[in-house]
Design a protein around this ligand. Structure first.
Ligand code: APR
Length: 320
């Protein structure tokens, strides 16, 4: 059987990390694409030269020509600009919307059967625009945010409880921004929900609230430390988990920005929800029950995403 083909649209910090991780996991042959000539070719050669040491056979190539992504099974999109200190994800909207238009057209022409995972921020609005620009079926276009936000939450919880990250599960819903909704009730240590762990004295409600806030600010914390860009190791690892779920038909239950058609009372928009990812793309959305407070948090997050969609429509009327 031929190897899968993975196209990485954008070969910056996340793009390069994605390529190395995809090669290490031997998910398929990899094409790095970018508009900055030399960057994708240079990273492709560098990662290829790690192959004899890391022992992978994947072919890794770099290009500035969309024709080279032809027939890709998976496209992971990081093209655009990243945050600098003081910027919110929303500040990137104007520039990155134009980038989504060109990327959407490139994918439509050369890789219309791909499963597309968008990472470019502001995530929920960008993946919505990318689906419209590409015209691909909505179940084949999704956004990576929930796996990353949940991973950040899990890391902080594992540190707090002094237990293995392997035993910590967490759920974060809503838009990938300050309004994201970490769900403590659905987050557990080996099945024990966080509110029970508070009752057991493993942590206090105040500490848990601080961890929830740190999760919401997780991206900004890294931007503040790096000063020259935003996070890339954890975002890349998270998107690779989603790509692997699709390529291996794993039917993983992972939070992702998915197109809603009535779930959680919303439609015609993308926002972070629990999804099942398998060979069909986003195969199912788990319409879990929310408490009044959780629903209010989710609705606030939805409103923030809708505000960004309106801003996109004001820039590009074809999205209306
Ligand atoms: N087509 C293809 N590539 C593009 C385009 C375009 N129209 N415009 C910009 N790029 C490329 C840049 O040349 C750069 O190599 O996108 C790459 C982005 O890389 P970085 O600046 O290193 O950004 P990165 O850290 O990878 O983040 C990318 O993901 O998490 C989000 O907020 C982040 O939106 C940002 C994106």
């Amino acid at each position: 059987m031929a190897r899968a083909k993975i196209a990485l649209i954008g070969s910056g910090m996340i793009g390069g990390t994605l390529a190395h991780l995809a090669a290490l996991k031997e998910l398929g042959d990899i094409v790095l694409f970018d508009i900055a000539d030399g960057i994708p070719q240079g990273k492709a050669l560098d990662i290829s030269e790690a192959g004899p040491v890391d022992k992978y056979d994947s072919t890794i190539s770099g290009t500035t020509d969309y024709a080279d992504i032809a027939g890709a099974d998976v496209c992971i999109v990081t093209a655009g600009v990243a945050r600098k200190p003081g910027m919110s994800r929303d500040d990137l909207l104007g520039i990155n919307l134009k980038v989504m238009k060109s990327v959407g057209e490139g994918i439509k022409e050369h890789a219309p059967n791909a499963f597309v995972i968008c990472i470019t921020n502001p995530l929920d609005a960008m993946v919505w625009a990318l689906q419209k620009f590409s015209g691909l079926p909505s179940e084949k276009v999704c956004g990576m945010a929930g796996v990353l936000d949940s991973a950040r939450f899990r890391h902080f919880l594992a540190e707090e409880f002094n237990v293995s990250v392997k035993d910590v599960t967490a759920f974060v819903l809503g838009g990938h921004g300050d309004t994201m909704v970490p769900l403590t009730r659905y987050s557990t240590v080996a099945g024990i929900p966080l509110p029970d762990l508070v009752d057991m004295g493993w942590t206090t409600q105040d500490k848990l609230d601080a961890i929830v806030q740190r999760t919401r600010d997780g991206g900004a914390e890294i931007v503040g430390l790096l000063k020259t860009g935003s996070a890339y190791y954890a975002p890349a690892a998270s998107a690779i988990e989603m790509a692997e779920a699709y390529l291996k038909d794993q039917k993983r239950l992972l939070p992702a920005a998915a197109a809603l058609s009535g779930e959680f009372g919303q439609k015609d928009m993308y926002v972070g929800v629990p999804t099942v990812i398998g060979a069909g793309g986003i195969e199912r959305i788990a319409n879990i029950k929310l408490s009044k407070e959780e629903q209010a948090g989710f609705d606030k997050s939805v409103d923030a995403v809708k505000g960004l969609m309106e801003a996109c429509i004001a820039i590009d009327g074809s999205l209306a």
